[in-house]
Ligand binder design. Structure first.
Ligand code: NAI
Ligand code: MG
Length: 481
């Protein structure tokens, strides 16, 4: 084991009741760039999960009654600590997820922002007060903490997905049980320790790492002490969880898969479109629900766009993210790498022309960027979330057809548009059925903006003014004066 690679303050136990405990079994965490075991963390069973719920339930009433200013200051402390130790966080992300160093620093910075933003939102939850239309009463509304929040996060952004849920939940006065992805538990445990050091009281933040997400989650969601679920991950698991929450009529927030179209319209500036495409596609090695998944390029620009995009890809250094000179790291696991290879094989059978760019290390979960030419709209690569550095290009000659193809998906998380000018970009953007539309930009995520999808991409919004309301219930008091 190469434990010495980990920052000294990295816990590996379960966080329950404000204490770290080793758990009864261990779960290995593998560095996908070297395939070596980095550490072993506790492997929680159903009993541990329910202990975490008990701890969160015991802490709930006092935390919900804590002055909003005091809750805000703890979150602000967490922001300060995380910012001061940003390289430790980035290092853990790189080691267990595989992404490039700059992507990890970007993620860690974004992750810390949720603590700052929600420290500010904690003291700004406004209610309402008005006369009823009939004049018989006064309608008062306020917002109260939902209760114990169960949070499930994926491996692609191990820090940011945790803070995007923990920060608003704690700001709202909820207590939490966080279950990180089994591939990337260390970053979440590190974030838990940051919150503990920031002054989060015992029981407000509980973390269970487990190799059995199904049984542990099912037991937690069936427990009457749990009030709400926030999940980020794949659409199939999201649907499975919705069926479980339906049994208890739990509120839930779902950030699920995407299938983002990237439109390059007639008259667009090709250099700008390529620069945006590099970020929209290659950030995080393409493993993002917001990643551009399919490119629709006007036929007059197709040759220039693919040529310049290819040149940018060829200039990327591929290798372990821990070497800061590398631009593209490893996929999270050999399984994920193989899933992408399978999709490329399918693309070839569908008639696409594979165009791999550059060399990659043989050992480790690496995959070269691939352009795929002559892709037909409707084929696998335009239907399925790829989650890797694959660039399928579909050409079009008519703008309305491009918009139709962009909307022809059950997903609706994000869309990207490059047009002749902002007017065209905004007009087209308003016809896209997506929760987020990027116009002349390759990245949109911002703690201050509402993140979320339409259609099967999800339910609810995280961040912005909306994020805290996922963890609040609205209460109406009718009063006769
Ligand atoms: P996943 O949806 O299985 O994993 C996400 C989280 O759900 C993890 O914490 C996992 O432990 C948990 N989980 C898994 N099964 C569960 C269950 N039965 N009950 C409760 N929680 C459960 O995603 P996976 O299998 O790791 O990745 C498969 C594909 O899903 C990826 O290739 C990618 O295309 C997509 N994906 C999309 C994400 C997004 O943000 N849109 C994030 C992760 C994966
Ligand atoms: Mg799965």
């Amino acid at each position: 084991m190469t434990t010495s690679l980990l920052p000294p303050s990295t816990p590996t136990g379960l966080l329950i009741g404000g204490e770290w405990s080793p758990g009864r079994a261990r779960l290995p965490v593998v560095d996908p760039a070297t395939l070596e075991t980095l550490a072993e963390v506790a492997d929680a069973d159903v009993g541990d999960g329910l202990d975490a719920v008990s701890s969160a339930r015991d802490a709930f009433e006092p935390w919900a009654a804590t002055r909003p200013r005091a809750r805000a200051e703890i979150l602000r402390n967490a922001f300060e600590i995380m910012t001061a130790e940003i390289e430790d966080c980035a290092r853990l992300i790189v080691l267990e997820n595989g992404k490039a160093w700059n992507d990890a620093i970007g993620e860690a910075t974004y992750a810390a922002e949720f603590f700052r933003w929600f420290s500010e939102e904690a003291v700004r939850v406004a209610g309402g007060f008005r006369e009823s239309p009939g004049g018989d009463k006064t309608i008062i509304t306020d917002h109260v903490a939902a209760g114990v929040a169960y949070l499930i996060t994926p491996w692609n952004f191990p820090a940011a997905m945790a803070t995007r849920k923990l920060a608003p939940a704690l700001a709202a006065g909820c207590t939490t049980v966080l279950k990180p992805a089994e591939q990337t538990p260390l970053t979440a445990l590190w974030v838990g320790e940051v919150l503990r050091r920031a002054g989060a009281p015992a029981g407000t933040v509980n973390i269970v790492t487990t190799s059995q997400p199904g049984p542990v989650s099912e037991a937690i969601l069936a427990d009457r002490r749990v009030a709400t679920l926030s999940f980020t991950g794949s659409t199939p698991i999201g649907k499975l969880l919705l069926a479980q929450t339906a049994q208890r009529v739990l509120t839930s927030s779902m950030e699920l898969g995407g299938n983002a179209p990237f439109l390059v319209l007639e008259g667009a500036d090709v250099d700008e479109a390529v620069a945006g495409a590099m970020v929209a596609k290659m950030r995080n090695g393409g493993a993002a629900c917001t990643a551009a998944n399919r490119f629709y390029v006007h036929e007059s620009l197709a040759e220039a766009f693919t040529g310049r995009f290819r040149a940018e890809l060829a200039a990327m250094a591929v290798g372990p993210g821990i070497d800061r000179a590398n631009d593209l790291g490893a996929m999270v696991s050999l399984d994920e790498r193989d899933k992408i290879v399978g999709l490329l094989e399918q693309a070839e059978q569908d008639g696409g022309r594979l165009d791999p760019v550059g060399e990659v290390p043989e050992h480790g979960a690496f995959i070269a960027p691939h352009m795929v030419h002559d892709v037909a709209h409707g084929s696998t690569l335009t239907r399925q979330e790829v989650f890797g550095p694959v660039i399928p290009v579909v050409t079009f000659d008519d703008q309305d057809t491009a918009i139709e193809m962009a909307n022809d998906t059950e997903y609706g998380l994000i869309s990207y548009v490059y047009g002749r000018d902002k007017g065209v970009g905004i007009q087209v953007g308003r016809r896209l059925r997506a929760g987020m539309v990027a116009i002349d930009r390759g990245v949109l995520s911002d703690a201050a903006a509402p993140f979320g999808g339409m259609k099967e991409s999800g339910l609810g919004r995280e961040g912005g003014f909306h994020g805290i309301h996922e963890f609040l219930e609205t209460r109406y008091l009718g009063v006769t004066w």
